[in-house]
Write a protein that binds this ligand. Structure first.
Ligand code: 3PG
Length: 307
């Protein structure tokens, strides 16, 4: 009987765990649950004898993979898989998948939660501004970016996007204006929402040179990954530009300094909250469970992300 581990340092909503278990148990699999673990050794022990694992931002590195003697598949219930060592997985013959799009609406809604909080001066009683009529730049037009565009139109925003990997006609079809470079996006838009993945090419790519192009009153909202920001240069920019604000769903390394120096221009959620809704947990978690069943029973590798 195949054994599947749900390893989530940040747990799914109980309704999602119930649904995941049902799918796996109906398929005849055994399910083990490891939630809120604080030690890597807990994961190393729990993964030792399982055939499959469902994770979120949990780190699956070479050490974890080598402890997982029977592992055949890792499914990241979510979009980004920068937390999995793909090369080590491939070497071990382990298939890695994600569940693209399943939590995209939740993340996109949080973008606007952060933005309204920001432009209303963190609800401190002073007069803020509105989102209507403002320029919004979507940096990368994937599943989250698309949902951000849809919601932004409801707010009456003027929406632009830059994505070198997405055909212009896909973006234009959504009524979004296409820009041809990151420089153009940051120069044009007062508000930029980041949706690029963390890859060797994108890490630290959001730097002083780019951010300093933003119009007066610029706001950067980051629900993607902290690694894409050059944090030292962001700090310098915030020191140089009193009008610039940064809202993040992923606490930067220098969060304490920024929070102390710029209490009304910087906010970060204490824990990544973008995908933390029961709907997103159900969508991504159940998709992960179904993908595991289909992989183990039928060899379906549709959502495989490693070679
Ligand atoms: C993702 O890549 O899907 C999001 O960043 C959500 O991550 P989480 O599952 O750790 O909340």
């Amino acid at each position: 009987m195949a054994k599947v581990l749900i390893a989530t340092e940040k747990p799914f909503a109980p309704v999602a765990v119930k649904g995941i278990k049902e799918i796996l148990e109906d398929a005849g699999f055994e399910v083990a649950l490891l939630e809120k673990y604080t030690q890597k050794s807990d994961l190393l022990n729990a993964i030792a004898d399982v055939d499959a694992v469902i994770i979120r931002s949990d780190i699956i590195d070479a050490e974890v993979l080598s402890a997982a003697k029977n592992l055949k598949i890792v499914v990241r219930a979510g979009a980004g898989y920068d937390n999995v060592d793909l090369e080590a997985a491939t070497k071990k013959g382990v298939c890695v998948m994600n569940t693209p799009g399943q939590n995209a609406n939740a993340v996109a809604e949080l973008v606007f939660g952060l933005l309204v909080y920001c432009v209303r001066n963190m609800y401190n009683g002073t007069s803020g501004t509105e989102l209507m009529g403002k320029t919004l730049g979507i940096h990368a037009y994937g599943n989250v970016g698309r949902n951000v565009a849809r919601i932004a139109k409801g707010f009456g925003m003027d929406v632009y996007a830059f994505d070198p990997f997405c055909p212009a006609e896909v973006i234009e079809k959504d009524g979004v204006k296409v820009l041809n470079s990151a420089e153009e996006l940051y120069t044009t838009c007062k508000i930029v929402s980041l949706h690029i993945p963390a890859t060797p090419e994108t890490k630290q790519s959001i730097n002083y040179a780019l951010l300093s192009k933003m119009p007066k009153g610029g706001i950067l909202v980051n629900t993607a990954r902290k690694e894409v920001i050059n944090e030292e240069e962001l700090e310098k920019l915030m020191a140089d530009r009193e009008d610039f604000r940064y809202m993040a769903d992923i606490k930067p390394g220098n969060a304490d300094v920024l929070a102390e120096k710029y209490p009304l221009r910087f906010f970060a959620t204490p824990k990544k909250m973008g995908a933390q809704t029961s709907e997103a947990n159900v969508n991504a978690g159940l998709a992960a469970a179904r993908q595991i069943v289909d992989f183990i029973k039928n060899g379906n590798e549709r959502f495989r992300v490693n070679k």
